[in-house]
Design a protein around this ligand. Structure first.
Ligand SMILES: [Zn+2]
Length: 408
């Protein structure tokens, strides 16, 4: 299955100019080649023959194409033009074939036996007659995976500067999910296009293996994300699992916060930055590990769906549950949720988000709402469970499905 990912670019004025020039040269080069090899129906047959005698399109190289483009892009132009011409030729052949069929049928059959099928075929011929030589109009360019590079928050690719091929490095902003996708797949070509009048975006195509969906059970797994306990899962088959080590994470955060404070006082901002980056890397690793474990557990218990609590919008946090101080933690929950979503998708498991109200207070048996005391949640009706598990059970049971978006 092919998927694509779009990333917004933040070029400088000069880079915009260079990229626009490249795109415009790119499409006109493709259009020129295409028109050279497709205008056999539009009169000037001799000139086409001349070109074709010199070279068939399959043997065309960058040396034959006059374009002010880096050779990598020029090659891509030829490839694009070839596939356009091929499609066009195929369509033309179909028209010819349909025309022949029509003639044969006419000579064979009487005039009064104009059946439905025949009418359909005539329509088909008319449709095919309208085939025009395709012309690229929107500014764009394609760059193959050998010639662009993604590094941190920059994408570099070649353009022409004063008649010479030079690479430019354009700033971009990628989500963690995008970084994960783009770094863990073999990418195809990169397409640069303009969206919304003047926004440059880069689009990447990548291939993922489709997982056979042999999963016939209707098991659902609820996952509750928290601070004390980074994640708890409860599956409809009754299985429970705890993930990560909240106390260790808390210790680590405090350790790095102290380090940062110390170096801040010592006026060493670069060291502070480095510590911050290191902490981020460690947190990301932890989230990758937890999300992997969660999805593996879901696979093991044949869960079809993983349910998560939808995160409240950072601006409208009014929660007063045990997940206190949400503004500080929403971001890290968000990242973990994204990782789970992504890994689940690859495993053919769906992720759904449910409404987060009372998941840590509601009794799964009688629906009563009250707070847990200490480590145990005990209800009047006799129901009792581990308090950290309650959220996962309620999320698993929740029917308040509110879509597949992570944040409100
Ligand atoms: Zn109860």
């Amino acid at each position: 299955m092919q998927l694509s990912e779009t990333v917004k670019l933040y070029p400088t004025e000069y880079q915009i100019e260079l990229t626009r020039n490249t795109m415009s040269e790119y499409i006109s080069t493709v259009n020129n080649i295409v028109s050279d090899y497709t205008n056999k129906d539009n009169g000037n047959i001799e000139s086409v023959k001349e070109i074709k005698n010199i070279k068939s399109i399959s043997k065309l190289t960058t040396a034959d194409v006059k374009a002010k483009l880096p050779s990598a892009l020029c090659n891509q132009c030829i490839r694009d033009a070839k596939s356009i011409v091929k499609k066009y030729d195929k369509a033309c052949k179909e028209v010819e074939k349909a025309k022949k069929n029509k003639k044969n049928q006419k000579s064979k059959k009487n005039k009064n036996s104009k059946n439905v099928k025949e009418v359909e075929e005539i329509k088909e011929v008319k449709k095919l007659k309208e085939i025009k030589v395709p012309v690229l109009k929107k500014l764009c360019c394609y760059i193959n995976n050998q010639n662009f590079k993604i590094q941190d928050n920059y994408i570099s690719f070649p353009v022409m500067i004063d008649g010479k091929s030079k690479r430019i490095s354009v700033k971009t902003k990628m989500t963690d999910k995008q970084k994960l996708i783009l770094s863990s797949h073999r990418l195809g070509t990169m397409r640069i296009v303009i969206k919304n009048i003047n926004t440059l975006v880069a689009q990447f195509v990548y291939e993922i293996n489709e997982i056979e969906k042999v999963n016939e059970s209707n098991n659902v797994m609820g996952v509750d994300l928290g601070i004390k306990c980074p994640a708890v899962s409860y599956c409809t088959d009754g299985s429970v699992k705890f993930y990560g080590n909240g106390r260790k994470n808390k210790y680590m955060r405090r350790h790095y916060a102290n380090l940062r404070k110390w170096f801040q006082k010592a006026k060493k901002p670069t060291v502070v930055k480095r510590i911050k980056n290191k902490e981020q890397r460690i947190m990301k690793d932890i989230d990758h590990k937890i999300s992997r474990e969660i999805v593996n557990t879901a696979k093991k218990h044949k869960a079809k769906v993983i349910k998560l609590e939808r995160l409240e919008n950072i601006r409208s946090t009014t929660r007063t549950s045990r997940k206190n101080n949400p503004s500080l933690h929403t971001w890290s929950f968000y990242r973990l949720a994204q990782y789970i979503e992504y890994k689940a998708k690859l495993a053919g498991i769906e992720v759904e988000y449910v409404y987060p109200a009372y998941t840590s207070q509601k009794c799964p048996q009688c629906g009563n709402i009250h707070h847990a005391k200490d480590r145990k949640y005990i209800c009047k009706c006799g129901y009792h469970t581990h308090r950290d598990l309650l959220g996962a059970i309620n999320i698993c049971n929740s029917t308040e499905y509110i879509g597949n978006r992570c944040i409100a």
